[in-house]
Design a binder for this molecule. Sequence first.
Ligand code: FMN
Length: 210
Amino acid sequence: MPETPRPASTSRRRNPGTQREHPHVILGVTGSIAAHKAVDLCSQLTRQGCEVHVVLTAHAQRFVTALPFRTLSRHPVVTDLFHETDAWQPPHIALAGETDLLLIAPATAHVIARLALGLANDALSCIALALNPHTPLLIAPAMHAHMWLHPATQHNAAILKSRGAQFLGPESGLLSSGDHGIGRLLAVDVICRETLARLRRTPPKRRRAK
Ligand SMILES: Cc1cc2nc3c(=O)[nH]c(=O)nc-3n(C[C@H](O)[C@H](O)[C@H](O)COP(=O)(O)O)c2cc1C
């Protein structure tokens, strides 16, 4: 598929030595049946000019593999908190420090609970904790209606909203269980559009001070 040029809408004006040309986005993918849709999301964000760094939870990898994300984003995919790299800095700290935005799509009930509690038991939750407090966190939930409407999930979502997280969806419709209700992942092009809009309102990250 030919690569479309980076549009002016998302490109960053380069201020030599201080700012980057393209926004950096971490796309966290969790263990939902909707995880396959994150492949398209990764592709759309990349084609819209973002540098996309994908992080897959262990349970996301029961639904999708790193391969399509690595190929479409042109970056390595984080699949393991303890994966060794040549860099001295732990990958989750380096990624969290460099990113302009963390988007979790699809977000399970479990990751919403982990983030609300501040747990740090995998790469994605460590990145979420290590983010600069001003870095936007966007969460696109996907789950069965009963899971979304459960008081525990609603409470966890309210905690994250009170800390500044922005929720994208979920929307109502036919669920993978065959039931109708709220819990569907918002359409990928809407998530992409909202992410780009949020990036435009966020000052680009300056290069980390040495
Ligand atoms: C077939 C299948 C589909 C699932 N879909 C969802 C889902 O859409 N949303 C959700 O919150 N959990 C879903 N789960 C449960 C999660 O995979 C489970 O809570 C897991 O621990 C999430 O881990 P993670 O958040 O670290 O990726 C599903 C489980 C199975 C077996």
